[in-house]
Design a binder for this molecule. Structure first.
Ligand code: FMN
Length: 203
């Protein structure tokens, strides 16, 4: 039988576990990996914000989140498509820093599929008439009144489609760290045209 920590003893075991944790995070809203921090950089400034991990595709090495196409992060990604996604699991004490090239999808079949799988309550996030971050005189969700009175139907939230965007991270690097009383461990996984390079690092 495998010992409890054997999965951390090989680079292969760690990478397999990383994918399992990411896949679990994408499908379970009570998992800390459901809420990564997305980091963007524009000129000398960096910006961080929480997002929801919507999808993980291991064979294609991609992560997906959704956003309003009018938000500041989209402007930043258009200017610098390299982004980093930070994950931390407090119980497992595992941190992932996932980096890659980012693509933006609004009016293509990828975005259509993501939109089709999005619930009406999530679609509300794209139904504000003014762009996210617009200064306003008093506190407001920015949503039209008719969408706030009851749980909206999919049809009622269709107005959000034009603002809906899928952000896709094409991973080329994962920096993994685990904190352990017996000694922290760190490893790095890099992909390029020659394939995967994996190495242990001093934590
Ligand atoms: C728990 C949580 C989850 C969030 N998920 C998303 C998300 O999936 N997509 C998104 O665009 N913003 C999400 N937000 C809001 C962002 O953190 C951020 O405030 C907003 O997108 C504006 O960021 P920007 O001005 O950098 O574009 C979330 C916020 C919280 C607190």
């Amino acid at each position: 039988m495998k010992s409890r920590n054997e999965k951390w003893d090989t680079l292969h075991g760690i990478l397999e576990n990383i994918w399992l944790m990411l896949e679990h995070g994408a499908t379970h809203s009570d998992d800390p990996f459901h809420w990564p921090i997305l980091g963007t950089a524009l000129k000398a400034a960096c910006s961080l914000r929480t997002v929801i991990l919507r999808q993980v595709n291991k064979p294609d090495r991609i992560l997906v989140c959704h956003t309003d196409a009018r938000s500041a992060k989209v402007h930043e990604i258009k200017n610098n498509s390299q982004t980093s996604w930070l994950f931390y699991h407090p119980e497992k004490k595992v941190q992932l820093r996932v980096t890659g090239h980012t693509t933006l999808h609004t009016h293509d079949s990828f975005a259509d599929r993501q939109w089709a799988d999005t619930s009406s309550t999530s679609r509300l996030n794209y139904c504000a008439s003014q762009p996210p971050g617009t200064p306003i005189d008093k506190p407001s969700s920015g949503l039209p009144d008719f969408l706030l009175k009851k749980i909206p139907t999919l049809l009622e939230t269709e107005m959000g489609r034009k603002h809906f965007m899928a952000i896709v991270l094409h991973i080329y690097s994962i920096d993994w760290l685990i904190l352990k009383l017996a000694g922290n461990r760190r490893a790095r996984f890099d992909w390029d045209e020659d394939g995967l390079r994996a190495t242990w690092l001093v934590p």
